[in-house]
Design a protein around this ligand. Structure first.
Ligand code: ADP
Ligand code: MG
Length: 363
């Protein structure tokens, strides 16, 4: 209770969807919770309710035991009283103010020396020295992002809320800043909630993951747990598992399950008892390719396939295979050339049993 963020809210948009979120997260210094899910999932709505920018229709929000919102008791703290730092998706910097004025914007109640002191410390922490006098249009995307972060931090927030903090950047800066932002968040020592629809951002930034879809929370847990053990199909899809096939558990033995998928039987880690109708989820990165075998068998998850299509993705190639069912693999360009991969060519695809993930079929 003392160090948790408890959220149980329902936000209705008249004539639109309803967003429901229930979660209880530790909110300790430097800990990052990621709200993750596709566009329209309800992530920003939850963040705005946390900030006090939106008012839910019912429920409550408790931060470190303090009620920020309580529908029944009619408690609704405005953003200033919650003391949250909010970083908007497009940064929302004031274009006519300098970087320094932007950062000091929320500090009008403080004496000038204190304001200067705080912004100087943040410019140094976020490697922005020398940028103080620049207008937002004179800053790169990454610098604007750090100025916006500095502005969110200037009020010494108790909770930091970041909405898609890197989405306004081009791909190379995004990649570079991912790691840097993670380091900064750790150093700042403020509990943080980050919204993202980007898998890599979620993996790079989060301690805990709250997976959302269609206005509801699907799964909550440590980031790697959710990615490796999606509890339902919607989560498997959003964590980037590219092959999702219906299957049936035929046998269970020694912690392994034999699952029938299309014309094949695959070995997988055993799902919970009672779960027999499943989605078989395979990540493209977990499919390895080798030369076609003279006597093809599907033993130990080795599947005779033909190559259906190839699409380059930078240094990688996405390969759609026909294994009696569609199977997606991703290999390096070098190994694609080594195997002479081409449409119509035979090839063997292998998948280790732990990489065949079984998710309960909701049907
Ligand atoms: P996300 O941030 O996950 O993309 P949002 O929280 O922005 O999702 O939106 C969740 C759903 O609520 C979407 O269907 C969106 O269209 C709807 N929505 C968001 N804000 C409003 C609003 N002010 N009025 C009506 N519908 C809204
Ligand atoms: Mg959003």
């Amino acid at each position: 209770m003392a160090d948790t963020l408890l959220v149980d809210v329902e936000k209705r948009f008249p004539g639109g969807p309803t967003v429901r979120a229930t979660l209880e997260q530790r909110a300790t210094p430097g800990r990052v919770t990621v709200l993750f899910g596709p566009s329209g999932a309800g992530k920003t709505t939850v963040l705005r309710c946390l900030a006090g920018l939106d008012r839910p229709e019912r429920g409550r929000i408790l931060f470190h035991g303090e009620p920020w919102y309580d529908g029944e008791a009619r408690v609704f703290l405005p953003p200033q009283q919650r003391r949250v730092g909010f970083l908007f998706q497009d940064y929302a910097l004031f274009p006519h103010l300098t970087a320094e004025q932007n950062v000091q914007y929320g500090l009008a109640h403080l004496p000038a020396t204190e304001r200067r002191e705080r912004s100087r410390a943040l410019f140094s922490l976020l490697h922005l020295e020398g940028m103080e006098g620049r207008k937002p249009r004179e800053l790169s995307g990454g610098q604007q992002q750090r100025v916006a972060l500095a502005r969110a931090l200037a009020i010494r927030p108790r909770l930091l809320l970041l909405d898609e903090p890197l989405s306004a950047l081009d791909a190379p800066s995004r990649e570079q800043l991912r790691g840097e932002l993670r380091r900064q968040l750790r150093e700042l020592g403020v509990p943080t909630v980050v919204v993202t629809h980007d898998r890599l951002e979620a993996l790079a930034l989060g301690d805990d993951l709250v997976a959302m879809d269609g206005g509801r929370v699907c799964q909550v847990g440590p980031v790697a747990d959710v990615f490796n053990h999606p509890a339902e199909l919607a989560v498997a899809r959003m964590t980037g598992i590219e092959t999702v096939l219906p299957g049936t558990v035929l046998r269970r033995e020694a912690g392994l399950a034999t699952v029938s998928v299309g014309p094949h039987q695959l070995l997988a880690l055993e799902p919970p008892s009672g779960v027999d109708v499943v989605f078989v989820c395979i990540r493209a990165e977990d499919v390895t390719l080798s030369a076609p075998e003279s006597a093809p068998t599907s033993a130990r998850n080795r599947l005779p396939c033909t190559v259906q299509s190839l699409s380059p993705e930078g240094a990688l190639v996405r390969v759609v295979l026909d294994a009696g069912f569609p199977l997606v693999a991703r290999v390096t360009r070098v190994s694609s050339e080594e195997f002479g991969l081409a449409e119509g060519r035979p090839i063997t695809a292998s998948i280790k049993a732990p990489s065949v993930r079984l998710v309960p079929h909701p049907g």
